[in-house]
Design a protein around this ligand. Structure first.
Ligand code: KG4
Ligand code: ZN
Length: 336
């Protein structure tokens, strides 16, 4: 039996998980830092690394205890090395290296985006390459064509804000607090998605890139026109629903076009924004209409977690990719 301990600390969640034989989640512990950053309306990098330091050892202990696994039973360690906040990443990487050295365990560095995509394999055994994969989170909006295992062709990425960043910034403008995605989704439930015709960016060159800053600016202008104080509860719900619909439309349009352009009959959508119910519903409807198999992990595996890191790490380990003790964090690590 292979038991891989995954460690994730790239942003504002400290997470550890034990994965059996690349698929079976034995434990998946996530310590969120939401309450640390909420007063500031966004992530404060210095506070994030400090909190990671405080909680990483208890989180590791919980993951091992939940799995009923001792350190001596582990087969290998997998840790996120990037992309992310370098001070945060270093906490996970340092702990992983220390454990690997102390227990003489193989260690593998994992790209966080590869982890998000790997989450789909945990839940959908039927998923096979090739497929299109959209990673849509607070830091990334990247679309890939994956012709085979560990092969990535970047088809499109955001030219400005990530989709989750747009949700977070608009929520902040509306006084809805942090993180913004879930707050906007909640408000949007009672709103009219057609109340305000917010723009859907279409890039003239026909590329699969994304752009969300125009949408965010349109919300700013709308608020200036109507005045946030006189928006009222229903006005607020309508802004949220209309903003969410515009963001969802842009994401769904690109995903479907990517599949069509590259003759792909399967699509993976992962990352924190993939928790969004309106996005999940719209993707399902479009995928059904176009005869495309859609794989969206459940919300707990869409937001940052270490089971996905262990899953991606298991694949890399199987391919013989082991890191040395010079393994380092890379804030802007590309996926290739
Ligand atoms: O994947 P994730 O946990 O961390 C990153 O790697 O960034 O994603 C966090 C992002 C945040 O921007 C958050 O607002 C967004 O995912 N998010 C959502 C929802 N839940 C989380 N966005 C829209 N609707 C949601 N329900
Ligand atoms: Zn993430």
């Amino acid at each position: 039996m292979e038991l891989v301990l995954g460690i994730e600390s790239s942003c504002d969640e400290t997470a550890a998980a034990v994965l059996e034989d690349g698929r079976r989640i034995r434990s998946n512990v996530v310590a969120s830092q939401v309450e640390v950053h909420a007063p500031y309306g966004g992530i404060v990098p210095e506070l994030a690394s400090r909190r990671h330091l405080e909680v990483i050892l208890p989180v590791l202990d919980s993951a091992l205890a939940d799995a009923g696994v001792g350190l001596a039973e582990l087969t290998a360690l997998a840790v996120t090395v990037g992309p992310g906040l370098v001070g945060s990443l270093l906490v996970g990487v340092s702990v992983a290296k220390a454990m690997a050295f102390a227990r003489q365990l193989p260690l593998v560095g994992v790209n966080h985006l590869e982890g998000h995509i790997a989450a789909a394999f945990l839940e959908f055994p039927a998923l096979t390459h090739p497929f299109a994969a959209l990673v849509v989170s607070g830091g990334h909006t990247h679309m890939y064509h994956m012709p085979a295992e560990c092969e990535y062709r970047l088809l499109g990425r955001t030219r400005d804000d990530a989709a989750g960043e747009a949700f977070d910034k608009v929520a902040k403008l509306l006084g809805l607090g942090y993180p913004g995605g879930p707050a906007i989704e909640r408000e949007a439930r009672g709103g009219d998605p057609e109340a305000i015709a917010f723009p859907r960016a279409v890039l003239r060159d026909g590329s699969l890139d994304f752009s969300f800053s125009g949408l965010k600016t349109a919300v700013v202008h709308h608020l200036k026109r109507s005045g946030p104080s006189i928006l009222g509860p229903q006005g607020l719900r309508d802004v949220c629903a209309s903003f969410q619909q515009a963001a969802v439309d842009m994401l769904v349009e690109r995903v479907m076009r990517a599949a069509r352009n590259h003759a792909l009959s399967a699509v993976v959508v992962a990352g924190g924004v993939a928790c969004n119910g309106a996005l999940r519903q719209a993707l399902k409807a479009e995928a059904e209409a176009e005869g495309i198999q859609l794989y969206v992990p459940s919300p707990a595996l869409c937001t940052d977690n270490a089971a996905m890191i262990a899953a991606a790490g298991s694949v890399r380990l199987r391919r013989g990719e082991c890191a040395g003790y010079d393994l380092n964090a890379v804030a802007s690590l590309p996926l290739q």
